[in-house]
Design a protein around this ligand. Structure first.
Ligand code: MN
Length: 240
């Protein structure tokens, strides 16, 4: 085994808000994108694109130790991140727990594949939804500091008005749908289970990336029955 890179605190400070992201990963092993050094997250200014309101958002379905949905919002050149174990709910009566995790690089929004076993977050990652978001709170930094960020999503699955509210502790938040025309009792984790970029199931993503048998079984276990049987029919058609 090659010895692990052990960057010093001084090295990592160059990565700004991506220091924790960088510290947790060995980019010689994981296919995840590295953070770039810079005073801001990706070394790029948040600038014009963000001020025009075209902030990116992504939701990544991730079968690591446990299944969760990583909900990420672009802010100041990085992706603020919350791990939502049950995934977003369109029902305004349902509050979904979201544990805030380390900011991710913007490049992460395009990552779909498998993190090797033994690496941080080892398991299958799907781009479950993406699009743009706009704040409904007047100042995003202030709203985050106060622990209540209201926003609007323009995704392929998630739309309309939402709120993130901080509860006990600095990292514990609730993700809640506001009442509007996009509220629904439909459980999108079950009815819209495929990748928005590749139309693949978790099982297909794991297989294509050459995941271990155990990772493939775990990935497949998170696909709803209906998606699994549709994939089986496709395979039967190709074989026949
Ligand atoms: Mn994750």
């Amino acid at each position: 085994m090659a010895s692990r890179r052990t960057p010093s605190a001084k090295d990592l400070s160059r990565y700004g808000v991506l220091a924790e992201y960088t510290r947790k990963r060995d980019f010689r092993i994981t296919p995840e994108p590295p953070g770039r050094p810079g005073s801001r997250a990706g070394g790029r200014s948040p600038g014009a694109r963000e001020s025009r309101g075209a902030r990116e958002f992504v939701v990544q379905k991730h079968r690591a130790g446990h299944l969760h949905y990583d909900f990420r919002l672009e802010h100041d050149g990085a992706m603020l991140s919350w791990a939502v174990p049950k995934g977003p709910s369109l029902d305004p009566a349902v509050k979904r727990l979201g544990m805030q995790t380390e900011p991710h690089p913007m490049d992460y929004n395009h990552f779909e594949g498998v993190i090797p076993e033994g690496e941080y977050g080892g398991g299958t990652v799907m781009i479950w939804d993406n699009g743009t978001w706009e704040p409904e709170s007047p100042d995003v930094g202030t709203a985050l500091a106060k622990g209540q960020l209201k926003f609007r999503l323009h995704g392929k699955k998630l739309r309309g008005s939402w709120v993130l509210v901080r509860t006990r502790g600095p990292r514990t938040w609730l993700l809640i749908k506001h009442r509007d025309e996009h509220a629904s009792s439909d459980d999108l984790t079950q009815t819209r289970p495929l990748s928005v970029v590749s139309r693949r199931t978790m099982a297909a993503i794991a297989k294509a990336a050459g995941a271990t048998a155990r990772q493939r079984e775990q990935a497949a276990g998170t696909d709803p029955e209906r998606a699994r049987s549709a994939a089986d029919r496709t395979r039967a058609r190709c074989a026949g």
